[in-house]
Design a protein around this ligand. Structure first.
Ligand code: PRP
Length: 175
């Protein structure tokens, strides 16, 4: 496998992440308790780290590990919770941070699961969205970029656990 086209450069990512952080900070200007960012590991770790550094309202952070893909390039559709939140989100403002929404199955599963815990508000922020790939009608509240149905890696996104460290979003191709 090799990296083909670079879809989104580091500079484009930085500009968009700052804009998303500014939008979120505006929307939550009046929060009474710190806004809880929930990062979905592993894919969201770089995006979350960059995003929260530009948030200007009080925050807390926690993480979840779900797995749906294994090492395959297509979703198995089976979502498992491997590591749960440590924080209680009852009556709290929560933003779920994802690297990518593809079929929407992962997001559907986790947002239903978290709504059962009665947060005050629950919104979703995803760096990328493959709009044409949805199998379920669910849209993030904040989206960085819409991307075509190609296998993208970098800036947290992997193929078989590799390529997460690339500073750009690139397309993975067969040799
Ligand atoms: C990826 C990604 C999303 C999910 C999106 O996770 O981080 O959570 O797939 O796909 P869907 O919309 O089709 O459900 P993955 O299971 O690859 O784990 P990772 O975050 O550790 O890379």
């Amino acid at each position: 496998m090799k990296i083909g086209d670079i879809l989104i450069t580091p500079e484009q990512i930085e500009t968009r992440v700052k804009a998303l952080a500014a939008e979120i900070s505006r929307d939550y200007q009046t929060v009474e308790q710190p806004l809880i960012f929930v990062g979905m590991l592993k894919g969201a770790f770089i995006f979350m780290a960059d995003l929260v550094r530009h948030i200007t309202v009080p925050t807390q952070m926690d993480f979840l590990i779900l797995s749906s893909y294994g090492d395959a390039t297509k979703s198995s559709g089976v979502v498992r919770m491997l590591y749960d939140l440590q924080v209680d989100i009852v009556n709290r403002d929560v933003i779920l941070v994802e690297d990518i929404v593809d079929t929407g199955l992962t997001l559907h599963y986790i947002s239903r699961e978290l709504e059962l815990r009665s947060p005050k508000t629950l919104k979703i922020c995803s760096l990328l969205s493959k709009d044409e790939c949805r199998k379920i009608d669910i849209e993030p509240d904040y989206v960085g970029f819409s991307v075509p149905d190609r296998f993208v890696v970098g800036y947290g996104l992997d193929y078989a656990q590799q390529y997460r460290n690339l500073p750009y979003i690139g397309v993975l191709e067969e040799d």
